[in-house]
Design a protein. Structure first.
Length: 231
């Protein structure tokens, strides 16, 4: 079994979900008392969030590069960054390590392609929705068109992520808003919606809507299981 390095703590709420899903996936495949061999570096998200808000991406990237190289030195044979937003600095991480980097955009795009989806909505932080590092990646590498909510709805999604979900708060009024926003994206032509922030799966699941949802946290964790077990 390969050792998987998790660069997490953005927020720890979703990192805990990664840890559970990867271990559950390994247990399902191998049976018995098997669990994943995981190395975890959990950062102080307050520092990262502050740098995000200041637009200090280079400085935030430096912190993650230091953590990533530490995981590699500790024996990680592959690395996951347990967040969509900080994939903005994925290139810096890839350039600094010598082990495979499992990009969340690749894992999600592969599922979209399997399902024949070429036009998809995106719910995520404002950084991920509005900047080009994610939407451009999906378009240029996979030819997938990514639709984002209107400005007011983007504000709602961003606020709920940082002020509620990252703090472990799951509120029903927010769920109703996310369902409405996903429905609006569907009416605009989205064939499905990416839950493009790793905390959103705490709030919204496929049981809540008939619109196909791509849970990036679960998809990324499944990619980690495949990597760990080499299948």
């Amino acid at each position: 079994m390969r050792k998987v390095g998790l660069l997490g703590g953005m927020s720890w709420e979703s990192t805990a979900i990664y840890y559970r899903l990867i271990n559950e996936g390994v247990a399902r495949k191998l049976g018995g008392l098997h669990s994943a061999e995981i190395l975890l570096h959990s950062v102080d998200f307050e520092k990262i969030a502050k740098l995000q808000m200041e637009g200090a991406w280079q400085q935030a990237g430096k912190l993650l590069v230091e953590a990533a190289t530490g995981l590699e030195r500790a024996g990680a044979e592959g690395l996951l960054l347990c967040t969509n937003t900080m994939h903005k600095v994925a290139g810096d991480i890839v350039d600094s390590i010598g082990v495979p980097f499992l990009h969340i955009g690749d894992a999600t795009a592969e599922v979209l392609i399997e399902r024949g989806i070429k036009r998809v909505g995106l719910l995520a932080t404002a950084f991920t929705m509005e900047q080009d590092f994610y939407r451009g990646y999906m378009q240029e590498k996979y030819g997938i068109e990514v639709l984002i909510p209107e400005p007011r709805d983007r504000e709602i999604v961003h606020r709920v992520i940082y002020e509620e979900l990252c703090r472990g708060e799951v509120l029903n009024p927010s769920k109703k808003e996310f369902i409405r926003i996903a429905d609006t994206l569907s009416k605009r032509g989205a064939e499905g919606v990416i839950l493009g922030c790793t905390e959103i799966c705490m709030l919204l699941s496929q049981e809540d809507t008939s619109i196909p949802l791509m849970n990036s946290t679960e998809i990324h964790a499944q990619a980690a299981v495949k990597f760990a077990l080499n299948y």
